[in-house]
Design a protein around this ligand. Sequence first.
Ligand code: SAM
Ligand code: SF4
Length: 328
Amino acid sequence: MTGLSDSFQRPINYLRISVTDRCNLRCIYCMPSDGVSLMSHGDILTYEEIYTAALAAAELGIDKVRLTGGEPLVRSGLPKLIQMLAHIDTINDISLTTNGLLLSRYAAELKQAGLQRVNVSLDTLKQDKFEFITRRHNNLSDVLEGIETARSVGLNPVKINTVVMAGINDDELLDFAAKTIDEEWHVRFIELMLPVGVSTTASQFISVSNMRKRFKLLGELESCLPSVGNGPAKYFRFPQARGTIGFITPVSEHFCFGCNRLRLTSDGKLRPCLLAEDEIDLRQPLRSGISSNGLKQLIEEAVARKPLHHRLDEGYMPKDRPFTQVGG
Ligand code: SAM
Ligand code: SF4
């Protein structure tokens, strides 16, 4: 295995796979209230097609895979896909990003299939706000139970992803932070990205540096290493805390120079960058019986087409797809 690197000498070893564009929530920053037009089932890659693409990518040097959506747990049989991916020897990290609603139901099966860890998106600890942000009448307690079940079956660490929005959930920053002191919560605060057509506004943006000022009330944050992973978050903890706090700054301080990822959309497009419209189709070649070498060439082409950085600071936001199709 030679390893993949892009035109800027960044090593590329991480594939994020969106397994569905469907979701059981309608988060205000991610989806319009009436949802987005859905792909037909025939447009979505089968698990065998995803496996074939992942195998070719692994043979080129991808050793880390994350499953995302839409909401990955609404696609039936997800443990089967995990089991298939777990059979690829050189993939040594399989993780999942989920809204957590169905996690307690599937956690044990996912773990058994070979899933190693999970990130749960959770923006509030209050039931009424949970319904406001997700625009659905589900129980927050189901997500909290999902987090506990995941941990108890050994999907460790469970990381919590929290998108912070001024005037909506920024009043809960200290509540989340307190959870990292008393319990083994690993919370990552994420700056709001403002895709076109979604119901959040620039006035709701709050930068990580602004968030950090608010934590002073709880004490000094000490810098620390992540328990696992080498993603874009910078990690800290309060003295004596059982968990950690991470900050992810896609807007105020982009982390593109360390970008190590490729994305595969649920309809089979390889996307060199989340925040650029460029894509390379794998579905049609896969369905026409492309050889493994042909597939690898397409993957290498996608890697070569990775841009140096996104252009959010110039006000550029891709308009071709909602996050639900690319997986965030
Ligand atoms: N449904 C799953 C979930 O919510 O975890 C996986 C897909 S979701 C698109 C992946 C991540 O993207 C979530 O953590 C979500 O909070 C994040 N996300 C979606 N829209 C965002 C936005 N406008 N700004 C920042 N993060 C966003
Ligand atoms: Fe669904 Fe995740 Fe988007 Fe929320 S953030 S609407 S849970 S895909």
